[in-house]
Design a protein around this ligand. Structure first.
Ligand code: ADP
Ligand code: MG
Length: 274
């Protein structure tokens, strides 16, 4: 097994944000985690990259439990799993290429960082990665001047600078319009396929998970209630994941989102059902 999540629990006060979660992934895959707001998706990703300590359980990558790692070993693990967020988390007034170069920060000296001194080879690599994502010509612009879809691609470029084995994406397209969402998901899919990197993405739309992921994990109230292929995501399963008000998840399972009109899409988003 490449990734093995074994009875992982995270307790906040009296609540289990994640409860006894287990699943295993044999080889590199693109994995979607779906579920309503509060289901425990972000907490799970934060435990994966050790931003949050699990209360109990084990997460093994390539056979090694990463939960007990401390100090330099913990930091090394964190640089192997890059994180992408809904709000991009770029430095808005800084130019694009510098934002990307900041993906190398954890292996540069404080002094070099202070003076924004980057080796020429890193600058070339940053431009190559931006080029691969179709935004090389944006390199000298301030990050804040770019569209949301472009900014998220800069965030992906920054993640790639650290040459991660895993990309953890927490609702990477939740702030984007459908066209930009597709560009960003296409980029993540391509990075998975071409580089063999594992991608684990929290997604709020069932349809996106079905279209892009090899494997879907459905969470509800901290528990994994579905673990399977996109084809296995039936209406009944959607009801388990999203709760009793499944009318919209039915619509989402029977019809491609492309076929739904804009009103239906807006309504579903407002209800956080898909
Ligand atoms: N730092 C925290 N302190 C207390 N409770 C938290 C904290 N982070 C998350 N929670 C709770 O854990 C549960 C899962 O949250 P989260 O992982 O953010 O869900 P999701 O990402 O699926 O929306 C929620 O009930 C949330 O309120
Ligand atoms: Mg979340």
């Amino acid at each position: 097994m490449l990734l093995s999540v074994e009875s992982v629990t995270k307790t906040f006060g009296r609540n289990n944000a994640v409860e006894n979660a287990s699943f295993a992934v044999e080889k590199s895959a693109m994995i979607g985690i779906i579920g309503r707001s509060g289901a425990g998706k972000s907490t799970f990703l934060r435990m994966m990259n050790r931003l949050t300590d699990a209360t109990s359980g084990a997460i093994k990558f390539d056979g090694r439990n990463i939960l007990p790692l401390q100090g330099a070993q913990k930091r090394a693990w964190q640089s192997e799993c890059a994180m992408i967020f809904q709000q991009f988390n770029l430095v808005p007034r800084m130019d694009v290429v510098s934002n990307v170069l900041h993906g190398t920060l954890n292996r540069r000296s404080t002094l070099a960082t202070m003076f924004n001194l980057f080796p020429q080879s890193d600058i070339h690599r940053a431009i190559d990665i931006l080029d691969r994502l179709g935004i090389a010509e944006q390199a000298p612009k301030r990050a804040e001047a770019l569209s949301g879809g472009q900014q998220q691609r800069v965030a992906i470029a920054r993640a790639l600078m650290q040459d991660p084995k895993i990309i953890l994406a927490d609702e990477p397209i939740a702030s984007l319009d459908p066209m930009n969402a597709q560009v960003v998901m296409d980029a993540l899919r391509r990075i998975h396929e071409e580089d063999g990197r594992m991608v684990i993405a929290n997604l709020h739309t069932l349809d996106t998970a079905r279209r892009y992921c090899d494997r879907v994990i459905g969470m509800r109230d901290g528990r994994i209630v579905f673990d399977g292929t996109p084809e296995q995501l039936t209406t009944g399963v959607a009801r388990d994941i999203y709760g009793a008000d499944a009318s919209f998840s039915e619509a989402a399972t029977s019809t491609s989102i492309d076929a739904l009109n804009e009103d239906a899409r807006a309504m579903m988003e407002a209800k956080e059902v898909i």
